[in-house]
Design a protein around this ligand. Structure first.
Ligand SMILES: *Cc1c(COP(=O)(O)O)cnc(C)c1O
Length: 238
């Protein structure tokens, strides 16, 4: 059963992104929209594929792994946006094109080890963002700002990882644009160490326009496109 509102919600968000890019004087082609489908059935991913979406975001490994397997051979590209458990890191790496949530050195080590040391092609890399925590709450995920530079160095020293830039979530109850401006500033500082790492993963359903104004290149948008998420009660995907 097709969801009647899905095409119109997607069109509304695409228009909103185009408007925000125009206001910021930025080419809309510089902005990748990752549609976050966590807790949503795989049927929704199929519908989004039919509507031309190619970039999908997931935040729980087991659910993401099932969806990626069901959609193997489709043009879907998977972005992992949730916290990665160290012992699942290599599995997450196996289906993800981009991991947005690299936030600690032990995870860099785990991701840097090829899934199968004997057969893996050492030249295969995975794109990643280092996630910055803009709150005082370590449970939020992300590296604290004082620990950012050493973590970036560790990623740069790991051949299996290709650093794209920084990712962040604007803290609740703050002015998102100020948070995104800070991330952009940290990104500019990082480029003295990593000139190629010019991307910024920031902006969600409620704050993507502010993120575009501050230079976001990767938006992670869920509910504004998908509608409300079902409660995450189990891992069934259809
Ligand atoms: C769920 C999630 C999103 C999408 O949030 P919406 O408010 O539904 O747009 C973006 N980023 C991360 C890290 C998420 O976990």
């Amino acid at each position: 059963m097709a969801i009647p509102d899905l095409p119109s919600r997607l069109a509304t968000v695409r228009d909103g992104i185009a408007d925000a890019a125009r206001s910021a004087g930025r080419p809309v082609a510089d902005i990748t929209t990752v549609v976050v489908t966590k807790f949503q059935p795989v049927s929704l991913v199929h519908e989004l594929l039919e509507l031309g979406v190619r970039d999908f975001g997931e935040s729980r490994h087991q659910e993401a792994q099932v969806k990626a397997a069901e959609l193997a051979g489709s043009p879907a590209t998977w972005h992992f946006v949730g916290q990665v458990q160290g012992k699942k890191a290599r599995q997450v790496r196996a289906y993800s094109s981009v991991i947005h949530s690299v936030d600690r050195e032990s995870l860099v080590t785990a991701l840097g080890t090829p899934p199968n040391a004997e057969t893996a092609d050492a030249s295969v890399t995975v794109d990643c963002f280092v996630q910055v925590n803009l709150t005082d709450d370590p449970a939020r995920g992300g590296v604290s700002i004082p620990d950012l530079a050493p973590l970036v160095e560790k990623v740069l020293g790991t051949p299996a990882l290709n650093l794209l830039g920084l990712m962040a979530v604007a803290p609740l109850g703050t002015e998102p644009r100020r948070s995104f401006a800070l991330v952009a500033e940290l990104g500019a500082q990082m480029r003295s160490m990593a000139p190629e790492a010019r991307y910024l993963s920031m902006g969600m359903s409620q704050d993507y326009a502010a993120a575009i104004a501050e230079g976001a290149t990767h938006l992670r948008i869920g509910t504004a496109i998908t509608g409300n998420r079902p409660a995450p009660v189990n891992l069934k995907t259809s």
